[in-house]
Design a protein around this ligand. Structure first.
Ligand code: FAD
Length: 321
């Protein structure tokens, strides 16, 4: 049976950031696992015919020197570019946000298609089980999934968690988000930078044209619905019709080639935790991190790319052995 010093569950940006920190510290005996077929989590990009669309995070902002230092390197590598905005410029990945996640995870030992379904603590070691029946041992475990998924996993596990920590985790709720992805035959009327987040109808959060954003050969648009709207209409089968009705005046629907709907069950935390990670045992062996864990100094107060990046990094520094 494999035995790692650390298992990181979740290969979104938090998990990747933790892994990058460990590699910098010279750590090798760890594994980053994800239930998906690719790393990145909510840094998600979809191919649509000849084109491409980001349908999770569209961009990120930078408020800390730590992320700024990293971003300098990513700009030099040609992985990201400045997209728009002055006070907090929006950066985006030149080839789609998921590609950036892959570039960041390049040197990391990763196991995909690995959904951790149970963790059992026995004699100071954690036994992890995935839903395909695989089992491995780990001295420490870092959980970086959206908080409700962490709570769910803990519920199905046999580990000692401090009751106060569990209570705090149970208090974190995530809003869902619906994203309509539309492929048009010809260019859209959206502004030159391809981004609209003002003057939109109630319920609509953002429109992005990926051809104008510069990541797609053809005009593919993502329409983001607000969290409240998405929660109200969650699971309804006419969501796509409503999205199109809501954004009627922005697009020429006769020019539509194809449409797809993406539903994020956990998109953004409606309440965050004011610490950048949480030690669940008090011994640093089982730790929770992720975008809902914000440094107390965080002024933006939102789950986002930067909070995920910092949370993973801080948790890895704390768990270093
Ligand atoms: C629609 C949308 C739009 C957004 N827009 C922006 C934006 O414009 N700017 C911005 O800064 N942020 C934005 N965000 C937020 C940003 O994407 C997230 O804050 C960040 O990517 C979260 O990273 P994470 O690693 O914490 O979580 P995730 O990316 O969710 O990663 C968690 C990973 O855990 C995996 N996982 C879950 N359960 C298990 C399990 N049991 N076993 C194994 N693996 C598991 C998942 O597959 C996933 O890959 C947006 C998010 C969404 C959904």
């Amino acid at each position: 049976m494999e035995h790692y010093e650390l298992t990181i569950v979740g290969a979104g940006l938090s998990g990747i950031s933790a892994a990058r920190r460990l590699i910098k510290q010279g750590r090798e005996n760890f594994i980053l696992v994800d239930k998906g077929k690719s790393v990145g989590g909510r840094l998600a990009t979809r191919r649509v015919a000849e084109g491409k669309a980001d349908h999770g995070a569209q961009f990120f902002t930078v408020r800390t020197d730590e992320l700024e230092d990293e971003v300098k390197g990513w700009l030099d590598q040609g992985w990201v570019k400045r997209w728009f905005g002055e006070k907090y410029p929006r950066y985006t990945a030149v080839d789609g946000m998921n590609r950036l996640a892959k570039q960041l995870a390049e040197k990391t030992p990763v196991s995909l298609h690995t959904k951790v379904s149970k963790i059992v603590q026995l004699n100071d070691v954690y036994y992890l089980y995935d839903d395909a029946g695989n089992e491995w041992k780990s001295d420490k475990v870092l959980l970086t999934m959206p908080v409700p998924q962490i709570v769910e996993l803990l519920k199905n596990s046999n580990v000692e968690v401090q009751p106060a920590a569990l209570k705090q985790l149970k208090n974190v709720y995530f809003n869902p988000t619906y994203v309509g992805i539309f492929q048009f035959k010809s260019s859209t009327r959206l502004p030159e930078n391809g981004h609209v987040d003002e003057g939109l109808p109630i319920g609509v959060e953002r429109l992005v044209d990926h051809q104008k954003k510069g990541i797609s050969k053809s005009p593919i648009v993502s329409v983001y619905m607000e969290g409240d709207w998405s929660r109200r209409h969650y699971g309804e089968d006419y969501v796509m019709t409503l999205i199109k009705e809501n954004t009627e005046k922005f697009f020429d629907w006769d020019d539509l080639e194809s449409e797809q709907l993406k539903r994020w069950r956990y998109a953004e935390a409606s309440k965050t935790i004011e610490q950048s990670y949480m030690d669940l045992t008090g011994e640093g062996t089982l730790v929770a991190a992720g975008d809902a864990f914000l440094r107390p100094t965080d002024k933006a107060g939102r789950t986002r790319f930067e909070s995920a990046f910092l949370s993973g990094k801080d948790a890895a520094a704390y768990m270093n052995w």
